[in-house]
Design a protein around this ligand. Structure first.
Ligand code: FDA
Length: 306
């Protein structure tokens, strides 16, 4: 992990920094990466994205919840998104984080909450994807996913795998046997070299390998990266290997590489924008800054412009 990324992730955990950014955040530029604080505001953004040919996955922000009450509220918020998608007739599915649904409180409680969300996804003929968090939560996340994909089917629930982890190749092989829908990402958390490749070029190489592996096994793959070199390489590989269009999609984050998102749409690719909204945007926002510290300058500039 680069020094600048480490510094940002460490600062993000500092109380004084947290309170300053939380108070001034939207003004500070979080609005570039977050589609508003309410579901209604997010729906407006989704409609605009759909009008531009982009499809969406909505994420009601929040993680590391410590009370059952908060976890139940977050569960209901995720369920409500499916109703809003239907009522507004927009093209979107939903992404969730298990720590928001009570994973750190009680695994059985979290499974029950996730079960309600997956059931709603199936009832509304939609899809929910479980985001992947840091490695202490990885095994239990895969266990919960496996339980629910057996119950609701791969058309209604999917998972994320991170290419920075040594173990991910084996996870893709194991999950691939169930033909599940995986989103492949590089990974956004601070992980030690004992579990994650310390060098970016290894993370990048593994990224391409995992995408190809899952697709070669005939499984639906969400190629979630803004890395233009990787996208270029994979586009050529998809063509050479005659991978059917209905087996993959590109995914990018709201507010990141907007031009590239639209360029891919104009070339005929399916592109989904991960669109977060809600009051609890601070941890998400700091990870985006950590990925690209140059974003901090953008943020400071918008602060002084407002
Ligand atoms: P990389 O970091 O190498 O960036 C490549 C290029 O993209 C940069 O040079 C820059 O041009 C641009 N870029 C990247 N990040 C940027 C930013 N924040 N602002 C501006 N430009 C930027 N992680 C995780 O651990 N669990 C998860 O569940 C998910 N889910 C997820 C969903 C989707 C749809 C995406 C796109 C990403 C995630 N991630 C994630 C985050 C992922 O792990 C990773 O941290 C980011 O995508 C950044 O990595 P890239 O693949 O873009 O490459």
């Amino acid at each position: 992990m680069s020094l600048s990324r480490k510094v940002v992730l460490t600062l993000a955990g500092n109380k004084a920094v947290t309170s300053f950014v939380s108070n001034y955040g939207m003004k500070l530029g979080a609005a570039r990466f977050v589609a508003g604080e309410s579901l209604r505001a997010a729906m407006d953004r989704v409609k605009h994205l759909n009008d531009e040919g982009l499809i969406v996955t909505l994420d009601h922000l929040g993680e590391s919840v410590t009370s059952r009450e908060e976890a139940l509220e977050a569960t209901q918020a995720a369920i409500d998104i499916f109703d809003a998608i239907k009522e507004n007739g927009v093209n979107s599915n939903v992404s969730v984080k298990l720590t928001q649904l009570g994973l750190d409180i009680d695994h059985a409680f979290c499974l029950e909450n996730m079960n309600r969300i997956a059931q709603k996804a199936k009832e509304t003929q939609n899809f929910v994807r479980i985001d992947m968090e840091d490695t202490p939560r990885l095994d239990v996340t895969i266990d919960i996913f496996n339980t629910l994909v057996d119950k609701y089917g791969k058309d209604h629930i999917g998972l994320v795998i991170q290419s920075y982890l040594y173990r991910s190749e084996q996870d893709v092989i194991n999950l691939g046997k169930k033909n599940v829908n995986l989103r492949i990402v590089k990974g956004a958390y601070k992980e030690p070299a004992s579990v994650a490749f310390p060098n970016k070029k290894d993370v990048d190489r593994n990224y391409v390998k995992l995408v190809q592996l899952h697709l070669q096994n005939g499984n639906y793959t969400a190629i979630a990266t803004h890395d233009e070199a990787i996208i270029h390489e994979l586009k050529a590989w998809l063509k050479e290997n005659r991978i059917p269009d209905n087996l993959y999609e590109f995914q990018m984050l709201y507010g990141v590489r907007n031009g590239l998102q639209r360029q891919l749409v104009s070339e005929g690719y399916k592109v989904r924008v991960y669109t977060p909204y809600g009051m609890d945007w601070y941890p998400y926002f700091t990870r985006r800054i950590a990925e690209r510290p140059a974003n901090a300058f953008f943020v400071l500039k918008s602060f002084f412009q407002n």
